[in-house]
Design a protein around this ligand. Sequence first.
Ligand code: AMP
Ligand code: MG
Length: 267
Amino acid sequence: MPKTHELTPGAPIKMADLISDGAHFCDDREQAEKEFLALRERLVALEPKLYADASRSLLVIFQAMDAGGKDSATRKVFTGVNPQGVRVVSFKQPTEEELAHDFLWRIHKQTPRRGKIVVFNRSQYEDVLVVRVEKLAPKSVWQARFEQINQFEEMLTAAGTRILKFYLHISKDEQKERFQSRLDEPSKNWKFSPDDLAKRAQWDDYQDAYEDVLKRCTTPWAPWHVIPADRKWYRNLAVCRTIVDALETMDLRYPEPTWKPGEYKID
Ligand code: AMP
Ligand code: MG
């Protein structure tokens, strides 16, 4: 299995060539599940170190086609992490107030403060995806946003935020199966919206829009990771490994005490 699914800035990329089936990279599901649980333990232990270090933060961004697994990846990967250290933000259709500002206004307000982890379920990228495909803004407006997003992310990075962007890649067949189970299973009915089918009908347009996102917004400071997401066990492992690797290379340190050990005695 590859160590990473990180894209390289400037490298050519074609959606049709991306692999969505994790079995292509790993054929031992049992081993992958074990490895995932071990990595998650490491993530649980790294969170207090990020908090104590208090000089950096982590922003995890999930984007995917509908039923791509943004919610379940969030739930699975962050289970057990101290709820005080991580916050999840889901971006929906912008409110009237949000639309009255620049598109990054609502995003910037939600970025993590030092010491914290924030997970974005959808993000600034909706403004070059759904907005483009549904023609919610003129081309001149959304075209300019790729560079605006890159600069925004560069600024966040310079301020100490490590940004990890995951595109959870599922096949059109896998989406069909997941939609079908939302129709068939009463406990999943609520997840289905007729709007999902309208978006599915525009699958190719969305894939074209994603191709531009991956191409134009893979930067040295915040590259995209294309995660094969048809198999949830592989998706969880690949996402968790990337997060743990990132935190471990941040060289987090516990602060030096401001008092001298030995100076205090507890009766
Ligand atoms: P869900 O994630 O299923 O709850 O759906 C949220 C919906 O909000 C999706 O259909 C998104 O495409 C939509 N959405 C999120 N951000 C934007 C945006 N900036 N402009 C328009 N629609 C958006
Ligand atoms: Mg939905």
